[in-house]
Design a protein. Sequence first.
Length: 246
Amino acid sequence: MLTAEILGLKYHRVLANSVTPEFTASLKADYDYSFVISYGGFEDPEYNTIDKNAGIIDLTKGLDHVFANFNKKNRQHVRGTETTEELSFTHAIDDFDSYFQFYKRCENERGWYPVPESELKNSIVFSAAFNGHFIAGVTAYTTGNKLRLGRIYSTKRSNDQTEISNALSGASTKRIIFEFCKYGIENGFATLDLGGVDLNDPSKAGITQFKQSFGIEIIPVKIGRYTSQTFNEKEHLIRENGYDLT
């Protein structure tokens, strides 16, 4: 489970096979904002729930099987990053403040707000750098044997290094997804959830096709959100301070 805090408000993100009032009781007691993704039922009426789809990669059959399910172009792009000397990939963040500014810039350039610093700090993060400068990153969080991606971001909208093409930026992100698959398998996770998949919204066709290119299984999920009275009173301050919880 991912936990974080902003403006004195505690919140979390958790994954569950199914949700009952017994499961959520402590979450509502301990957090001002509760974000739960259920891969089964969702029975607590105090949560505002919506039906969505998620894109799942089965990690239990090993890395070779997972990689074989990537489409041909993805496999070529991942292999290409392995021979591009200027590219490097890391699971570590040595200078968090500097990294957060990179991440924030990526979000702002596509018209989004960043998640709070504490959420990024408590996430699992893989990043790509070109000649030592970050160009892409992906965050994730876990519960039990489930691993789910959070934010996918890059500098492709404002690269000031002309040698960084959109293709290279995209290939780097694909390599990061591959690194998450490898990380998940090495650490005993059964599934990697690439996040929401919307098959009906034309504005999301690009990200949907991107996720489908990894050979995902699309499954229904329920997303539930619970907010305390204190959170409701302060929620406007989160956006006013330039952050997004979603």
